[in-house]
Design a protein around this ligand. Structure first.
Ligand code: ADP
Ligand code: MG
Length: 691
């Protein structure tokens, strides 16, 4: 370990137990941590700006003579100080001030102050500037470097953080913090020395390009980004090796059950389903755990593929667990599998958080006794769930699960020794660059063909002032024998309010469309009630279905060709795409009306525009990523896996190919450099590489 990594912050002047505890809250335990705790932004306090040259919005150091200081009694009592420097006049405004403060700014005092300049009632003003009276004959020197502003926590001031980084920078040198990038590699990728980069970022010179720094394009940032991404890549390779060393139950190709299943299915698998099915069947027969991601757009038929994989494990006498991120999605799967597998005489068990008491105990018992097919939510991750012979785990909509949750399931395999095979299904195609970085441990299959008879959905957005027209449109469609959905979106994250809103909408639409049969479905209804309503809609006895986003998944009524989504601006792109996937399943041209409430935010406008422009889940996912950022999308925000210190996967994606090469080269030629790099960057995420 390098010297700075081994030295605790208490080695710095002025750091006692209390401060140590505060520093730990922002992750600063050693001097190396202090060095890698980089400023968020900078202030320029290196020069005094003449008042006449100030611009609104600018942060600036100003120096001038107090011309007047008076207490104003308006709506809010305030102290107004007028400052003059010969080039103009500036007002300083204080809403909180003491008598002593007022006395310290008497007429004729020379003041130096710092703050954000804004336009005010009396010309340019600074609210609550930092200020200090100056001795005219011995003015204090200005700062020699830009002033760093660090991420911090309550009770930890910028001044304190600055003192600590200053002290640590004094100790920084090639001995105390070795540069693990071999000079040859640094030269090849045109990267500067580590110590120079750190010095620069903590104390940039007055002429530094602030714009470049803000955008993360500065060479000093690039140097650290490269090292961090390189280290991330090293950890993924290590993870992969660990996984490769694990054993799994080889499951021989099955014949009887898949044949029976397909005979009963009522349709023929698409070419893509057959191909992906073969890829999975091959993986399952190996003695290493399968780790396969199946990407397929909404409606591509991923469930059939999952069922075929499950039957391979079941025919070999093992257990399968299928997990979905929401109770409703899990329930849909449960009902599907129950229906499909009843004909094959295969027991399907159910487990979700809401299952309590006797029913829960009985489920746990059946799972422990070896129920071949288990469907549920993340409740399946819990410690109390014991499988008898688990050999395959299927996870639907992976991006909503954390990587670590997925890894936790590995420990539930046969005997706790053999890892289960894993099949992960997602409708959110993960852009290649990201998939490579976040999922280096996964093989990927793509379901790139929709079942026959699907038609693209025609999407429009309409403001809610035209609601009546939209209602008429629903009437017309239903009179033509079609069916429609009216979707009410989530209200402030409260399921209860959302369901109430759906009920109100249901009543209104029943009145407005008195001659139609209108149904209602929402998350607070009992499963049996929901199933009954869905059955009625599917049978065509209901023409319009008012729903919350519970119909986001699994619902399949080909005759429904119109969907109204109220307040689509409340939903993310992936969810809108999933919802819209409920129509366009039959031969009629389908329509989706996004009934939005103006004014829309910038992101809201962009989302609706994308929905109008494309039906392609891949493009939608890429845009979603752009608008939301990768952490959220991959469900890894909580796990810390993708929480880089300096890198930003979107911004720095152009480095990824180079970084992959560099990781290989480093392992081949300088293998001893890998461990210290991992130690430096991944101290808190180390368990990730060791699963
Ligand atoms: P997703 O990939 O979105 O999970 P599903 O597995 O729910 O899609 O399938 C969507 C619908 O398409 C289901 O009703 C399913 O029965 C149907 N389906 C799946 N595969 C085919 C196929 N090969 N031919 C016709 N319909 C299919
Ligand atoms: Mg699905």
């Amino acid at each position: 370990m390098s010297e700075l990594a081994a030295t605790p912050v208490t080695a710095l002047k002025g750091v006692g137990a209390a401060l140590q505890e505060k520093l730990a809250r922002v992750g600063l335990e050693t001097l190396q941590d202090v060095l890698f705790h980089l400023p968020l932004r900078y202030q320029d306090r290196t020069r005094i700006v003449p008042i006449g040259a100030l611009r609104p919005g600018q942060d600036a150091v100003v120096e001038g003579m107090v011309a007047s200081a008076e207490v104003l009694m308006g709506r809010r009592r305030s102290l107004l100080v007028r400052l003059q420097d010969g080039s103009g006049t500036l007002s300083l405004r204080f809403f909180h001030f003491s008598q002593a403060q007022k006395d310290g700014m008497a007429r004729g005092t020379l003041l130096r102050c710092y703050g954000e300049v804004r336009p005010g009632a009396s010309g340019l003003e600074i609210y609550h500037p930092e200020y200090r009276a100056q001795d005219e004959n011995a003015p204090a020197p200005v700062e020699q470097t830009l002033t760093p502003i660090y991420p911090t926590t309550e009770g930890l001031t910028q001044l304190r953080l600055r003192q600590l980084s200053a002290q640590t920078l004094e100790r920084l040198g090639p001995e105390s913090l070795p540069d693990w990038l071999p000079p040859e590699m640094a030269e090849h990728y045109r990267l500067g020395p580590l110590a120079d980069a750190l010095r620069y970022l903590h104390r940039p010179p007055p002429d530094a390009d602030l714009e470049e720094l803000a955008e993360g394009r500065h060479w000093a940032q690039e140097r650290l980004v490269f090292e961090e991404l390189l280290t991330h890549q090293l950890s993924l390779q290590r993870l992969r090796e660990t996984l490769r060393a694990q054993r799994a139950v080889p499951l021989p190709a099955a014949r009887r059950l898949p044949q029976l299943y397909l005979d009963n299915l009522g349709f023929k698998p698409t070419g893509a389903q057959q191909r992906v099915g073969r890829e999975i069947a091959h993986d399952l027969a190996q003695p290493e755990p399968m780790l396969r991601l199946v990407q397929g757009d909404v409606g591509a038929g991923k469930t059939v593929v999952a069922a075929l994989a499950a039957l391979q494990a079941i025919e070999a006498g093992y257990q399968v667990a299928l997990m979905a991120p929401t109770e409703i999605l899990a329930e849909q799967h449960f009902l599907n599998f129950q229906r499909w597998f009843a004909a094959l005489d295969i027991e399907v068990a159910w487990l979700a958080g809401k299952l309590k008491g006797k029913a829960r105990a009985s489920s746990l018992e059946r799972i422990a006794a070896g129920a071949p097919m288990v469907v549920g939510t993340h409740a399946l991750f819990q410690d109390e769930v014991r499988f008898a012979r688990l050999a395959l785990v299927v996870i639907d909509e992976q991006h909503r699960f954390g990587v670590q949750q997925r890894l936790a399931l590995r420990q539930k395999g046969v005997d706790g020794r053999l890892a289960p095979h894993q099949l992960i299904m997602t409708a959110t195609p993960i852009p290649r660059t990201l998939a490579m970085s976040a999922y280096a441990d996964l093989d990927t299959s793509v379901l790139d063909e929709l079942p026959p008879g699907r038609t693209p959905v025609n999407t429009v957005s309409v403001t809610d002032s035209r609601r009546e027209e939209v209602v008429e449109r629903v009437r017309a469609a239903c009179h033509e024998g079609r069916q429609a959905y009216w979707v009410c979106t989530l209200i402030e994250e409260s399921e209860e309010l959302t369901c109430q809103a759906a009920e109100t909408t249901y009543e209104e639409l029943q009145l407005a469309l008195a001659e139609l049969h209108v149904g209602l479905i929402h998350g607070r209804m009992k499963p049996a009630e929901k199933a009954a309503v869905m059955a009625e809609f599917k049978a065509g006895n209901l023409q319009l279905l008012v729903a919350t986003t519970v119909i986001e998944v699994g619902v399949d009524v080909p005759n429904a060709s119109l969907m109204i989504i109220e307040n689509p601006e409340r939903l993310g792109l992936a969810q809108l795409h999933q919802l819209r996937g409920r129509v366009g399943r039959g031969s009629a041209v389908s329509h989706c009306v996004l009934l939005f409430h103006p004014p829309l935010s910038q992101i809201g406008r962009e989302r609706l525009a994308i929905m109008r422009e494309t039906n392609d889940g891949f493009i939608i996912a890429e845009k979603d990523l752009e608008l939301r950022g990768p952490g959220e999308m991959l469900g890894t925000r909580q796990t810390g896996l993708l929480q880089f210190k300096v890198a930003d996967l979107m911004r720095d994606a152009h480095w990824l190919p180079a970084v992959r090469d560099a990781a290989q080269e480093l392992l081949a030629r300088w293998p001893s450099h890998a461990a210290p790099l991992l130690e430096r960057w991944l101290r808190h995420g180390q368990q990730y590489g060791q699963v």
